[in-house]
Ligand binder design. Structure first.
Ligand SMILES: [Zn+2]
Length: 257
């Protein structure tokens, strides 16, 4: 081997990148889970808002119903008064005037009774809907509690996994030359500063060259570049995606990647 040390360094750098890619996936899940829990809770909150709105509608319908009933009761008292006056009416004219007042009360009562019937139907409908919502919100709450607990367990497991992987990474790091890993770290830091940073880091600093093709950009490596890279004498970069190349050795007995 012309330069086994550089080949090994590229292999180690590639392994570091794989570790970091896994760590970033864990990081992404850790960030997503709290949003998923929030969404579940928002589902319950929506039901509760629906229930509050319908309860208010029902209370209003019942209030109007009571008012219309009170109106009928007041009319009954008034009607009795007119009927008493009719018994002592001084003239037919006076009697007829009272009769018209009573008829007016009857009309009012008819209107109130019609309204009460409609209000009762509305109240029944609202009560039915509320009973249905009550069952649904309880199901939603149960589902949310179960799923939230699963998410929390997942969070704890991911945090443990992350700790473990970070520890392993720390132990692994000194195997790589300081200058090379510093370069890699500077590159990672620069990528993470941008919006799509995580995806870019996962896409890789170092690209595998397999079967003569760059595995990151999927473009064939120029034969001259490939030959150069297989010597492992200096760092060689993919001419299309500009990534550092770690190519498959020319001899098949060398482990790769
Ligand atoms: Zn490439």
């Amino acid at each position: 081997m012309a330069n086994e040390s550089l080949r090994q360094q590229l292999a180690l750098l590639y392994q570091l990148q794989e570790r970091d890619s896994e760590l970033l996936s864990i990081q992404q899940k850790l960030q997503t889970i709290p949003h998923q829990i929030e969404q579940l809770e928002a589902g319950v909150a929506k039901y509760e808002a629906d229930i509050a709105a319908k309860s208010e509608e029902l209370a209003e319908a019942e209030k109007v119903q009571r008012a219309r009933n009170a109106e009928i009761e007041m009319n009954a008292v008034q009607r009795e008064k007119y009927q008493t006056e009719q018994r002592t009416a001084a003239s037919n004219q006076a009697y007829d005037a009272l009769e018209r007042q009573i008829e007016f009360l009857d009309e009012q009562d008819d209107a109130a009774e019609d309204a009460i019937l409609l209000l009762m139907e509305e109240s029944d409908r609202l009560k039915e809907e509320l009973a249905k919502l009550d069952i649904e919100v309880n199901q939603e709450k149960e589902k949310t509690a179960t799923e939230t607990e699963q998410f929390r367990q997942e969070l704890r497991a991911l945090e443990t996994e992350r700790e473990e992987k970070l520890k392993q990474r720390k132990a692994f790091l000194p195997k790589i030359d300081k200058a090379r890993r510093d370069e890699y770290h500077r590159w990672v830091k620069a990528q993470l500063a941008s919006e799509a940073g995580i995806a870019r880091v996962k896409n890789g600093f170092i690209a595998l060259g397999k079967n003569g093709t760059c595995s990151t950009c999927r473009i064939a490596i120029q034969p001259q570049t490939l030959k150069e890279a297989q010597k492992y004498e200096k760092q060689v970069y993919c001419s299309s995606c500009k990534r550092l190349l770690y190519v498959e050795p020319a001899t098949p007995d060398v482990p790769f990647p």
